[in-house]
Design a protein around this ligand. Structure first.
Ligand code: NAD
Length: 418
């Protein structure tokens, strides 16, 4: 661990790949192929703003690998989105889909925009134009987007409608995470958090930690974070700290996530919730707790703060919150990290269910969705754990060894065209 830590998300993704690929018998050519994104599209998105001006935004869609099936991955709207971040997120999707054994490859999209500054009409025009620009790449058999940071079911409905207008017929399966009224699946909205809850339960059993009464800290209070907090609260855990982009709140005696949701809906922020103390996002990560759930953005646990993390278990609801150097420090300290490509795979798993339901035009009950999700997440957790034990590595490397092995095998069997 010398020199500055490289926090470029694509460099982090490559390092994670290299650290696991070492354990697999891959020749240099195949290793190169598995690391390289298959397609990268950069688009410009002109939007007529409400005041009559014209603004141009930059957007991306990257397909990392489609050896096992169509590309799959969310669309992020954030002012800091870069092509390298989208490449990393697409690569993580490849390994995530393979870890939970879905018949998908990995893809991701993003638009460099602060959606909080746009009106609803501006957001709709931006979304429809972005969908049009990436239309040559996406489709139910090719690449299927879904929500990610600052996009939601409404965003997906606009994309589905835009693509359907070009096709001349309704194309439900082009995106997942749609509203239930429009070909969406029951349980999709909270699927990432539900999947995270299932793996946290398994991890707690493995550690001999009772979830009932366990103390929990959650960073990020959007779709993933707020629902994880709700579900773990229902399991009897004590949520002692929460945060959003404006900062965190802390109460060692416990915070009711529903009260936090209501406060945020009313005031636009978590801070100010009665009976809580304001803390920063940095302080939150270092609180003593049993379970820490990063559910915001990348690079939160790094070489700088990994030795100050005081959790027994970290479950990565976010993508890329922990750097490779931090992984080594946490592993050495005996802190279990359930990696993103496993911990947050519930979202893509229920997206897969949604896509299946759209193709069949036959929809499942919420109970069926939950049952299949629990089966997938629980068995993936134990497969990853068994792989990690076999190679005497941490769970991230275990998941990568499993996933890279599956994608490599698919590539080998298919052969290289022509
Ligand atoms: P979201 O837009 O619903 O919420 C994002 C949350 O993060 C908000 O509460 C926001 O205030 C907070 N946030 C933003 N910047 C922050 C910062 N610097 N510090 C602390 N909090 C900050 O997004 P989401 O869908 O919940 O996604 C969160 C993470 O989960 C991302 O890493 C995403 O890639 C990952 N993820 C989401 C899904 C999904 O289905 N939505 C699936 C898999 C992984």
């Amino acid at each position: 661990m010398t020199g500055e830590e490289n926090l470029n998300p694509f460099a982090v993704a490559m390092a994670q790949f290299d650290r696991a690929a070492l354990y697999l018998d891959l020749d240099d050519g195949l290793r190169e192929l598995l690391k390289t994104p298959k397609r990268q599209l950069i688009v410009s998105i002109p939007v007529k703003m409400d005041d009559g001006s014209l603004r141009v935004f930059e957007g991306y869609r990257v397909q990392h690998n489609v050896a096992r099936g169509p590309g799959k991955g969310g669309i992020r709207y954030h002012p800091d989105v870069t092509l390298d971040e989208v490449k990393a997120l697409a690569m993580w999707m490849t390994w995530k889909c393979a870890t939970v054994n879905l018949p998908y490859g990995g893809a991701k999209g993003g638009v460099r925009v602060n959606p909080k500054e746009l009106s609803r009409g501006e957001l709709e025009r931006l979304t429809r134009r972005y969908a049009t620009e990436i239309a040559p790449l996406i489709g139910p058999d090719r690449d299927i987007p879904a929500p990610d940071v600052y996009t939601d079911a409404q965003t997906m409905a606009w994309i589905m409608d835009t693509i359907s207008m070009f096709k001349g017929h309704t194309e439900l399966g082009v995106v997942t995470g749609k509203p239930v009224e429009l070909g969406g699946s029951h349980g999709r909205q909270e699927a990432t958090a539900r999947g995270c809850q299932f793996v946290i339960r398994e991890a707690c059993r493995t550690l001999g930690l009772s979830l009932s009464g366990a103390t929990v800290v959650v960073q990020g209070f959007g779709n993933a974070g707020s629902n994880v907090a709700r579900f773990l609260h229902e399991d009897g855990a004590r949520i002692i700290a929460l945060s959003d982009s404006k900062g965190g709140i802390y109460n060692p005696h416990g915070i009711d996530p529903e009260a936090a949701l209501a406060h945020k809906a009313r005031t636009g922020a978590l801070q100010g919730l009665p009976d809580t103390e304001a803390i920063t996002n940095e302080e939150l990560l270092e609180l003593p707790c049993d379970i820490l759930v990063p559910a915001a953005l990348e690079n939160q646990i790094t070489r700088r703060n990994a030795d100050r993390v005081r959790a027994r278990l970290i479950a990565e609801a976010a993508n890329g919150p922990t750097t490779p150097d931090a992984d080594d420090i946490l592993f050495e300290r005996g802190i279990m990290v359930v990696p993103d490509i496993l911990a947050n795979a519930g979202g893509v798993s229920v997206s897969y269910f949604e896509w299946v339901q759209d193709q069949y035009g036959f929809f499942w009950s919420e109970d069926e969705v939950r049952h299949h999700l629990e089966r997938i997440m629980t068995s993936a957790f134990h497969e990853v754990r068994a792989t990690a034990e076999r190679y005497r590595v941490d769970l991230r490397r275990g998941a990568y060894i499993l996933a890279i092995g599956r994608v490599a095998e698919a590539t080998r069997v298919r052969g290289i065209f022509p």
